[in-house]
Design a protein around this ligand. Sequence first.
Ligand SMILES: *Cc1c(COP(=O)(O)O)cnc(C)c1O
Length: 232
Amino acid sequence: KLPKFPLAVLPTPLQRLRNLEAALGPGTPRIWVKRDDLTGLAFGGNKARKLEYLVEDARRQGATVLVSEGAVQSNHARMTAAAARVAGMRCVLVLDAAHGGEPVGNLLLDHLLAADVRVTPTREERNALMETIGDELRAAGDMPYVIPTGGSVPLGAASYVAAVAETLEQLRAAGEAPASLFFASGSLGTQAGLVVGARAFSAPFAVEGVAVLHPVEQLIGRCAALATNTAE
Ligand SMILES: *Cc1c(COP(=O)(O)O)cnc(C)c1O
C-alpha cells in the first residue's frame, strides 16, 4: 500500500534454468531465476524497485534534485540518474574513483543521462562531499533528496517485501516451493526486504544472501537492524 512512482516493468519473469540443471548433473534440484535484471529502467537491475518508493517520497517532499553516491561503476548511481530523468528531476551523483575512473560503462551512462557527476579520488573525499552537497544545493535554490548508498534505507528495502509477494505468486502458479533463495548482497536493502517479506508471507524458502562487497561479520548486525526498521 506504500505509494510508489512507476519506474520498473513488473512482474519480472521467473524462469527455469534447465541447461544449468543439466550441466550440474544428476541430483541437481530444479533451479529457477527471478529476472530482476529485466526491471527495464536504464538496463534494469534491483535498484529500480527501491527507487519506485524513494522517488515517490522525493516527489511528495517537493524535491527538485535526487542526490546519491557510490563507486564510479555503481549500478545504483546509473539507475538513480535514469529515475531522476523519468520523474522530471535533476540528479547529482557523488562517486569515488578509488578503483579507477575511466569514463566507460555506468559512468559513461551517468553522463549520457545528464547527471551532474562529481568524482572524488577517494572514498573519504566522497563521504566529505556528501556532508556538504545538500547545503550547496539548497544555497543554489534547489530542494535535494538524498538517497544513501544502494537505496538501502527502510523505504527502499520495502520494495523487496513486495518482491517476495510477487515471487510467491509466480511460484504458486508454477507449482514450486523452493528451499532456498540466493542473491548477491551488497548494501543490504535487498536482503533486509527479502527477510521481512519471507517472514511476513511465510515463504517456503530460506533467504540466503551471498556477500559480494563486505565481510559477512560486518553485515549480520547491520542487516538485522535494517530488517527490523523495514518491518516497522
Ligand atoms: C546493488 C546490487 C546488488 C546488491 O543489492 P543490495 O540491496 O545493495 O545488497 C546485487 N547485484 C547487483 C547487480 C546490484 O547492482
